[in-house]
Design a protein around this ligand. Structure first.
Ligand code: ZN
Ligand code: ZN
Length: 392
């Protein structure tokens, strides 16, 4: 940034020096002297506005992304003042632009499924096939709605302020309060969050200790739903796409015929309004579901890898640095929150018995996660090997 400024100012400075040289040698006229003074004044003003000893490429990128941060932070339907220092986070029910977008897009897919897809498959599918689609699609939809609602309305968990009896590892520089292990400060919520993963604009909420499972389950079931919709509607999409192409060709032919005055009266429409809308809706459904399945699927896989390793998104970066630092000293880094792949999943999903895979994972469940988010003792059923890793 500084280099670019000197690149622009360099030729201007050279011209000014030449002018000054000429001006002082030949008793510079008042007009030129005035111009020189204005230039100097302007230069001082510009430098005082732009100069920052902490400036750099990071500051430039932050400034460029400022409108996006503003949109994430303030793009809500109803305006309320932002919480100040130490203030409470926005109330969970407060709608934000990305939350509205998720609801509108999901609602549009459900509406198309009922209004366009259902009448088509009712005529063509067999009864057992219809039953399977009916049960699967509604089970998937209920899990998406439940986990999304829980993820946006459940607070991620905050460390209690003013208590001295909790085990802390550091002091938050912004809150000036003790920080328990795995707690990080969220600059959007403006407070510390227990086992913080990230701040999600699609939820308008931080993802932390108490709603991490809801966030992941929403991503997983939404990806599953999108894959189901795009795979299941592949034949309908191909037919609708071919029909749209045919519609375009017929419209073109009709216009050509009118131009050639072949018709003596307005030709009848080849496709009804309902048919046109159905075909376009099916193409929209397939494209939207496929794109979301790809993007959200990649995010879900990434989070699944992190959960398998017993890490959050933030800890991934911290542990990577620590691993490199210790490697340089010839030592091996051990993640103290890694209980082993299967046990990590069981702890994350709150599965204590075999029956819980059905009642707590495959059915909507609002059970609390293990622990209070401040101390991280392994659950009693964690195997001896993993417990010994914990002790390292
Ligand atoms: Zn903090
Ligand atoms: Zn946050």
């Amino acid at each position: 940034m500084r280099g670019q400024r000197s690149l622009l100012l360099g030729p201007a400075r050279l011209c000014l020096r030449l002018l000054l040289l000429l001006g002082y040698r030949r008793r510079c006229p008042p007009l030129l002297r005035g111009l020189v003074q204005r230039w100097r004044y302007g230069k001082v003003c510009l430098r005082s506005l732009l100069y920052n000893s902490f400036g750099g490429s990071d500051t430039a990128v932050d400034a460029a992304f400022e409108p996006v941060y503003w949109l994430v932070d303030n793009g809500h339907v109803s305006h309320r003042p932002n919480p100040g220092f130490g203030g409470r986070p926005p109330p969970p029910g407060k709608l934000r632009v990305f939350v509205v977008l998720v609801i509108v897009l999901t609602g549009s897919i459900v509406a198309i499924a009922y209004l366009c897809v259902l009448p088509l498959i009712l005529r063509t599918y067999s009864v057992p096939r219809l039953c399977w689609h009916f049960f699967y699609s509604h089970w998937n939809l209920i899990l998406i709605v439940f986990h999304y609602y829980q993820a946006i309305t459940t607070p991620p968990g905050y460390p209690p302020q003013g208590r001295n009896d909790i085990a802390t590892v550091s002091i938050c520089k912004k809150c000036i309060y003790p920080k328990p292990a795995r707690t990080h400060h969220c600059s959007i919520c403006n407070r510390c969050v227990l086992k913080m993963d990230h701040h999600c604009p699609w939820l308008n909420n931080c993802v932390g200790h108490y709603n991490h499972r809801y966030f992941f389950s929403f991503c997983f079931f939404m990806t599953l739903g999108c894959v189901y919709c795009s795979y299941g509607s592949w034949d309908l999409f191909r037919e609708a796409y071919a029909a749209i192409e045919k519609m375009k060709q017929l419209d073109k032919n009709k216009l050509q015929a009118v131009a050639n005055q072949t018709y003596h009266q307005t030709p009848p429409p080849t496709f009804s309004f309902r048919e046109r809308m159905t075909h376009k809706s099916l193409v929209y459904l397939w494209f939207l579901c496929s794109s979301v399945a790809l993007a959200l699927g990649a995010l879900t896989v990434w989070h699944a890898v992190l959960i398998s390793r017993g890490e959050t998104s933030i800890e991934r970066h911290i542990n990577k640095k620590e691993r490199r630092r210790l490697q340089a000293k010839g030592r091996v880094f051990t993640n103290p929150y890694n209980y082993g792949c299967l046990d990590n999943w069981k702890v994350f999903l709150g599965v204590d018995t075999g029956r819980h895979w059905l009642t707590r994972v495959l059915l909507p469940s609002s059970h609390l996660p293990h622990g209070n988010g401040m101390s991280w003792e392994p659950p009693p059923w964690v195997t001896a090997h993993s417990a010994s890793v914990m002790a390292v």
